[in-house]
Design a protein around this ligand. Structure first.
Ligand SMILES: Nc1nc2c(ncn2[C@@H]2O[C@H](COP(=O)(O)OP(=O)(O)OP(=O)(O)O)[C@@H](O)[C@H]2O)c(=O)[nH]1
Ligand SMILES: Nc1nc2c(ncn2[C@@H]2O[C@H](COP(=O)(O)OP(=O)(O)OP(=O)(O)O)[C@@H](O)[C@H]2O)c(=O)[nH]1
Ligand SMILES: [Mg+2]
Ligand SMILES: [Mg+2]
Lengths: 290, 277
């Protein structure tokens, strides 16, 4: 990974003693390449590397016997800071609390919504899944099957306007003593104005406690466009990174966090409904760096 | 990139940026640009629009080395559709079924995803909408059994085309890749020469992981072509360049939306135009 590559850069230093501007430049190039290969967005890589460079020309590196390792540590620490920091728990207020799962087609919203419900049920809460995807064939059925598997009720109103379904679900939750509503929405493109408006309408009507963008861990450069658009339109409160049980480096995590400032609250680690874990920024940093 | 620009460092850097932003990948992008730089020098090109034409030609030639068409000459033609979770396999199969039905072909579908919640229901809705028959078993049954049945049905009913849907799977899941390899073996055994096409469905928003997907699926089932989906978004799908170059797998079809009509043949020129557009 990055450690080996930086070792090569500084190998020729053995005996030379002092690190030059050029050595740091070569090291920063290796950092940039490693991050781009890990699918971190180009602009995010530029900003991130310049931050690292500031520290790389500081005493901790220039006086170190193992400058390569020192830089790797700086990169790792800076990345962990960037992706961590703020609380990664759900912030749920009034009852029924409302969580919305949004994102692009196929990202893993429906599965993640059910996983969230499963987690909350195990924590002693009374979640309600809401089927607001009226477009995808058998989407409602998919959510119902998942709800059944984990013993969580699913509120569905068939082919009705998603906004009406969402509003009705609040009434249903209140009269059926459910204290958390999890709304599964249809996958959509961030450039589809009509469908983005649909989400804005649901947000205005329900004033959700959490609006979570579900992002596929294998997403490439486009992660920045997606995250930014959803955040500008809706004001996200968090991200869920899915399919992290795959072998993608997951640079999209850094991109999405960097451009929105939103914490990654959960990661999907499999297709089963117990495969939702809390996000660990340091582990993610190690993964991205390879 | 505006035309009539000087071929200075800024120009070459900007070219690299465009490619990287399009998910072409950093190594492929740098190699491509350095090759173009050499050629531009050799051909004494000084105008940026000439360089853009050169790069478009270079990429188009790469893709035109391969067979971009779907082979429908066998009867029945068996098309196996594979790929990672959520890429767009089931929807792409509906689109293909619709296209071939419009061409008056007799199409049968097989519900090979017996695992995911409501996967069979989803394909059944599509089959009904398109007006083609779907061979399916119970949820949780053996995918191999469904495939076996579907091939018998295709032969018996003299279908022109059988398209097989499979469960999404991440390529690093060894047991799941073994399973799909077994499915391919069943197809080979039941109809010599089949599967005639094994199409890997790749989401255009995918980054460098698409190369690992292509490599491992190629090892498991051999892949004859890619269906690149969700090109109606803002992602350019540039990873297919490296996949074509390193693994010699062509893109055959593209998905440009969620409806049954939203399928197009892959056009290298359109693709490269959109990439630089
Ligand atoms: N391996 C793995 N698969 C996942 C994970 N999350 C979701 N999936 C799978 O990804 C595919 C898509 O998941 P869905 O939940 O249907 O995605 P979606 O965002 O609701 O899709 P649309 O509603 O069509 O936009 C399914 O095959 C899921 O089983 C994960 O963390 N790991
Ligand atoms: N915008 C757009 N959406 C697409 C395209 N192709 C598929 N989709 C959507 O992507 C989502 C996933 O499609 P599926 O066909 O269920 O994907 P899959 O590969 O069969 O998923 P699994 O079986 O769960 O692995 C659905 O919401 C589709 O409507 C496309 O070309 N453009
Ligand atoms: Mg869904
Ligand atoms: Mg499917």
């Amino acid at each position: 990974g990055l450690s080996d590559r930086l070792q090569d850069v500084f190998r020729k230093l053995k005996g030379k003693g002092k690190i030059t501007e050029d050595d740091v430049k070569s090291a920063m190039r290796e950092v940039r390449l490693a991050l781009l290969e890990a699918d971190v967005n180009f602009k995010v890589v530029k900003d991130f590397t310049s931050k690292v460079r500031e520290r790389a020309v500081g005493q901790e590196v220039l006086t170190s016997l193992t400058p390569g390792q020192q830089i790797v540590k700086i990169v790792h620490d800076e990345m962990t800071d960037l992706m961590g920091g703020s609380e990664s728990k759900l912030v749920l207020g009034k009852s029924p609390a409302v969580i919305m799962a949004v994102g692009l087609q196929g990202a893993g919203k429906t599965t993640s919504a059910a996983k969230l419900a499963n987690n909350l049920l195990k924590q002693g809460r009374r979640p309600l899944l809401v089927a607001c995807d009226i477009y995808r064939p058998a989407a409602i059925k998919q959510l119902q099957v998942l709800g059944e598997q984990i013993n969580v009720p699913v509120f569905a109103m068939g082919q009705n306007k998603p906004l009406d379904i969402a509003k009705a679900s609040v009434e249903f939750a209140k009269s059926n003593n459910r204290d958390i509503i999890i709304i599964d929405t249809a996958g959509r493109l961030h450039i589809d104005e009509e469908l983005m408006d649909e989400l804005k309408d649901i947000k205005s009507a329900l004033n959700p406690d959490e609006i979570l963008l579900v992002v596929d861990a294998m997403t490439g450069q486009d992660a920045v466009n997606i995250a930014e658009a959803f955040n500008v339109d809706l004001g996200l409160t968090g991200l869920i990174l899915t399919k992290l049980d795959g072998d993608s480096r997951g640079g999209a995590a850094l991109s999405a966090k960097a451009v929105t400032g939103c914490p990654i609250k959960f990661v999907g680690m499999g297709e089963k409904l117990d495969a939702l874990e809390v996000f660990h920024p340091d582990r993610m940093a190690s993964r991205i760096l390879g | 990139i505006k035309s009539n620009r000087k071929l200075d460092d800024d120009f070459w850097e900007e070219l690299e940026e465009i490619l990287i932003y399009a998910d072409v990948g950093v190594n492929t992008s740098l190699n491509l640009v350095s090759n173009i730089q050499k050629k531009a020098k050799k051909q004494k090109l000084y105008d940026s629009s000439e360089v853009m034409d050169l790069i478009k030609e270079e990429v188009t030639n790469l893709f035109n080395n391969y067979d971009n068409s779907i082979n429908l000459t066998s009867s029945p033609t068996i098309i196996l559709v594979v790929g990672v979770n959520g890429a767009g396999k089931t929807t792409s199969i509906a689109k293909m079924a619709h296209r071939y039905k419009k061409e008056n072909k007799k199409v049968i579908l097989a519900a090979g995803d017996t695992f995911r919640a409501a996967a069979i229901d989803q394909l059944q809705v599509w089959a009904s909408r398109v007006g083609v028959e779907l061979i399916k078993h119970q949820e949780g049954s053996d995918p191999g059994a469904v495939v076996f049945d579907a091939i018998s049905a295709a032969k018996a009913r003299k279908a022109d085309i059988l398209i097989i849907d499979t469960a999404g799977r991440l390529q690093n899941k060894t047991n799941l890749m073994k399973e799909i390899g077994k499915v391919r073996n069943i197809i080979e055994r039941e109809l010599p020469g089949a599967p005639h096409e094994v199409l890997l469905v790749v989401d255009a928003t995918t980054g460098q992981n698409a190369i690992s997907q292509a490599r491992i699926f190629k090892e498991a089932t051999s892949v004859s072509g890619i269906i690149l989906t969700k090109l109606d978004g803002t992602a350019k799908g540039g990873i297919v360049l490296a996949v074509a170059e390193e693994l010699e797998i062509p893109v055959k079809l593209i998905g440009i939306g969620e409806g049954m009509e939203d399928l197009r043949d892959f056009s290298p020129t359109d693709f490269i135009e959109a990439l630089f557009g």
